[in-house]
Ligand binder design. Sequence first.
Ligand SMILES: [Mg+2]
Length: 380
Amino acid sequence: MRIASIRSHAAAIPYKVPRVTAHEPMRGVSVVLVEVVTDAGVTGVGQIHGAPLKEICEWVARLGEIVIGMNPLEHIAVWEKLFALTCPRPGGFLAQDGLPSPLPRAARPQITAAIGGIDLALWDIKGKVAGLPVFRLLGGENRPVPAYATGGYYRDDGEPDGMAEEVASFVAKGYRAVKIKDGGGTLAEDIERARLAREAIGRDTLLLLDCTAAYDLETAIAFSRAVERYEPFWFEEPLRWYFQPADFRCLAAATSIPLAHCERDLHRFTVRDFIVSGGVRYVQFDSTRHAGFTESLRIAALAEQHGVRISPHQVPELHAHLCAAFPGASFGVESNGVPDPLWSGMYKRRAQLRDGYVHLDETPGFGIEIDWDFIKRHAA
Ligand SMILES: [Mg+2]
């Protein structure tokens, strides 16, 4: 079997009300779907969440040309071939071997995203060829995978954000863990937000606080000590983007709240240092943002050996397959407490999300079927 062609399809839908974090207002939701077509008539679908969409689609096309003719079941060979293009090779600058010169540093986020989208499609193909869902290829059991509900965003239009009412509604839907956005106000306001959330959800639901990389070390320590009384389950992206594993380790030593991180990492080598340094207890690596399912598996295997749990960022219908394969090393998957309009419309079939769990089924591959008419209507 050979890879015959690779296509990408970008789609986007604006939110009626922007979802605002401490870092930015998100004004809409987008996806790049990657179709890998084989000469055996089997097609796999992967997906990418990143930006800019046009640039990512161009990288999918460019990298796709390089792997046409390869065996789609040899996902490691495909991954290694593409990732290697980001580095020098003997005489690579001359491109005499028919491959591109080492790829530009500035495009690494889009390149790793494109590799991830292709890699996910190859896993979908592998499952379809084997007649098995991905979690079964990995030896996982078909048990419901816990999902938590993300919400509690800020608003930037002066209207009340309704955070407390919203998270209470997630509990009413059956979620046993909810996450709010925090870190966008003064320290006193951020602490009060945690108190309000705890009051709204009661003592029996886990409370996850996501500060979207808002704090320096001193402020993160002050915040964590002040909110410990509200018993947060985790403190996510506590430190500013430039802080390193050593800083996370300092913070971890100063608080009893476990730290969650790594949704923005491009590959396993940076995640490794967060895991082995002992700073981070929940790893949120996102296979749809960067480097794919293959990289997620490598990270999950390492996390398990260090007593760190995986809790992949978003896309529960795909990431539940990973969690099902690492039952002793996963906390669960992230889902939107208020589903986004793209997720609600883009599938004809996917794993069901209800009562705070993802219910995988026996459909081969990732078990998804795309509504291509919907994607065309929202083409970006
Ligand atoms: Mg996050």
